[in-house]
Design a binder for this molecule. Structure first.
Ligand code: BG6
Length: 297
């Protein structure tokens, strides 16, 4: 069993605990380089705004703010499975990490950025059989760039296998004017097709208002060209096997209760993932990092 760390009570200047929406506790960061808001519920990064920029992360106006639900938008942490659970359909979509109450165990503010560390252990989440025990450490670095690093430590005496993803929602001015580069000529799994299909394209990823859900191998650099806001958001995630690109389009958006019918026009998910054949297996005592960095240019 892992002994949980004590919650942090002494916070540096510019970092404070506040009551977020729904009265959920959240860490507010006001650093010269950026502002951010991270809920303890799911260790969910809901806001990141580099100084002088428009907000980068998208949140739904219909997001629920309750310990019973995941937040809709920001950076949901998918762990220890992605999508539906393979053996038990009653378990929550995308795993339990985004539904758990994390503990802030470290907060530092430096010249360039603020760094927050959140922890989750099997005691705090009550994990289902087969996935415990483990310790998760999630380090969020808030600055002109945003870096999220999820470390999984296998504290069990047997192998641990899991999937994981940063299901990052990026805000864009208009999805049909947005293109995503980095995936040209890479093979993808088309999960919006029935049945699922494979594909490849020499073009940048384009959006026409329909459901788009593709799993690609992770390229060295992803760039989201948000023409309507005249900016480019870059995403790198070197320790991820895959990237998932997701936009529900008009039809699927209307079916999602905590997603506005027209909100698909202002977001796209650009995810870093280790899923399917990229799932991670850790030997006892071993650990693994998954990291993503977002920047605006
Ligand atoms: O509604 P959730 O659980 O946050 O999931 C959002 C979407 O996440 C995507 O990654 C899935 O492939 C979709 O099927 C799903 O609709």
């Amino acid at each position: 069993m892992t002994t949980p760390s004590a919650p942090l009570t002494d916070l540096p200047v510019g970092i404070s605990m506040i009551d977020g929406l729904g009265s959920l506790p959240a860490v507010a960061v006001a650093h010269p380089s950026a502002t951010a808001l991270i809920y303890l519920h799911g260790a969910h990064v809901a806001e990141w705004c580099p100084t002088g920029q428009l907000p980068v992360l998208w949140m739904s106006a219909l997001s629920r703010y309750s310990t019973a639900d995941p937040l809709r938008g920001g950076i949901p942490l998918c762990f220890p499975w992605f999508g539906k659970n393979a053996t038990d359909a009653t378990l929550p979509n995308h795993g339990w990490a985004r539904l758990a109450e994390w503990t802030l165990i470290s907060a530092e503010s430096g010249a360039d950025a603020a760094e927050l560390t959140f922890e989750l252990t099997e005691q705090s989440v009550g994990v289902p059989d087969g996935t415990a025990p483990m310790r998760l450490l999630y380090v969020v670095t808030v600055g002109a760039e945003l870096t999220a690093d999820l470390q999984v430590i296998n504290t069990a005496d047997r192998d641990l296998t899991f999937e994981e993803a940063f299901h990052t929602y990026v805000t864009v001015g208009e999805i049909t004017a947005t293109t995503i580069g980095g995936f040209e000529n890479l093979p993808y799994l088309d999960r919006a097709a029935t049945p699922e299909a494979t594909g490849v394209s020499a073009q940048r990823v384009l959006f026409g208002g329909e459901h788009l859900e593709r799993i690609y191998p992770m390229p060295a650099l992803i760039d989201v060209d948000d023409a309507a806001q005249s900016r480019v958001i870059t995403v790198v995630a070197p320790a991820s096997a895959q990237s998932v690109i997701w936009n529900p389009g008009s039809v699927k958006a209307a079916d999602i209760a905590d997603f506005g019918d027209d909100e698909f026009t202002s977001m796209v998910c650009v995810e870093a993932a280790n899923v399917l054949d990229g799932a991670i297996t850790l030997a006892p005592g071993a650990s693994n990092h998954m990291t993503t960095t977002l920047a605006v240019r």
